[in-house]
Write a protein that binds this ligand. Structure first.
Ligand code: G3I
Length: 313
């Protein structure tokens, strides 16, 4: 995939979320990851739950191991994620001074990885289309109001001026309330000159209702281009045993990214069915799934062929 993507007139990053456990334990997983991708996202290792288990106590070893693997293989790192309301250590939820906690975390973590990661998901999943302001009223919102989002981006820019800063969201590929709320949010941020560079459209497709046609997706990419924003497919998986449907969705999605000048990259959320997929995301340990371009036996599926074809002008 990486060879095909790099030969494009406008190369795009092609990759997957990776986890440190299989990377260390599974030679085939490590081989495929090292040869197929030029962009990886640590699936969990850079979340607050793992990076700052106690206040002021940082645990970077697992994330650094993933970064070292990437750099040893000429792979860029898309870091995920500085501010979210999930995957938090318990102490963060009960800290009284949430603004200081958020800013300290961003500064310490973005500084630690500065120069070794290319991009950040600064804020993950801030949207809730059921609220009047379209935002999730999470613990950060409750402490600082909607401004926590702008504050997070400013702190990330200050800590790592060279990183490309993204806001990452699910379910906004479709027309509807989540897209409308996301568009309104990022338009406001851009108008306020907040240092946001792009939007990650996660592209999880759990069932038939989630299937997003190429042209519906392209419309979103172009609307964000008009705001001066990059777009990336950040977490694609297509949960279905129908390999024709799965191939169609992956192939069309990466083709739109190849065609649209502001689309910078394509990442699946994992790459092999062996270690499960988002449909079971919160289960631990992960269970085998069916949503990804390689089989549980680490053989390429039709979706992999479709990704290659989608990268071919
Ligand atoms: O590592 C701990 C282990 O030490 C502990 O014993 C075990 C039981 O508590 O938990 C383990 O942590 C699990 C972690 O994955 C690492 O495997 C968490 O329970 C589990 O909740 C966590 O799930 C992850 C989930 O995000 C929540 O952080 C999924 O693997 C991951 O695929 C999923 O990814 C998210 C993106 O970050 C954001 N977009 C949606 C996407 C899918 O939900």
């Amino acid at each position: 995939l990486r060879g095909r993507a790099q030969k494009l007139a406008r190369p795009i990053g092609v990759g997957s979320a990776l986890a440190i456990a299989p990377l260390v334990a599974d030679d085939r997983y490590r081989a495929v990851a090292g040869e197929q991708f030029d962009l990886i996202t640590p699936e969990n290792e850079m979340k607050p739950q793992f990076l700052q288990p106690a206040r002021g106590v940082f645990a970077f070893a697992e994330a650094d191991a993933l970064v070292d693997f990437a750099r040893a293989n000429g792979i860029k790192v898309h870091a995920h994620t500085l501010v979210w309301f999930e995957a938090l250590p318990t102490w963060m939820r009960s800290a009284p001074d949430k603004r200081s906690v958020m800013l300290e975390h961003i500064r310490a973590v973005a500084t630690h990885f500065a120069g070794r990661v290319a991009e950040w998901d600064v804020v993950n999943e801030p949207i809730n289309q059921d609220n009047p302001d379209g935002l999730e009223h999470n613990l950060w919102y409750q402490a600082m109001g909607a401004d926590y989002i702008a504050e997070a981006f400013r702190a990330a820019r200050a800590a790592d001026p060279n990183a490309v800063l993204y806001l990452n969201e699910y379910g906004a590929e479709q027309d509807g309330g989540r897209w409308n709320a996301l568009y309104a949010l990022v338009k406001k941020l851009r108008q306020a000159r907040v240092p946001i560079d792009g939007v990650g459209l996660q592209s999880h497709e759990y069932d038939a209702a989630d299937r997003v046609p190429a042209e519906v997706f392209r419309k979103k990419v172009r609307a964000l281009a008009a705001l001066g924003l990059k777009v990336r497919v950040s977490e694609m998986d297509v949960s279905t045993s129908d390999q024709a449907v799965q191939a169609k969705q992956f192939g069309e999605r990466i083709a739109v990214c190849r065609q649209e000048p502001n689309c910078t990259g394509f990442t699946s959320w994992g790459f092999t069915d062996r270690y499960g997929s988002t449909a079971d995301a919160n289960r631990y340990p992960p269970v085998p799934g069916n949503a990804l371009p390689w089989t549980t036996g680490l053989q390429p599926k039709r979706a992999h062929t479709a990704l290659l074809n989608g990268l071919t002008p």
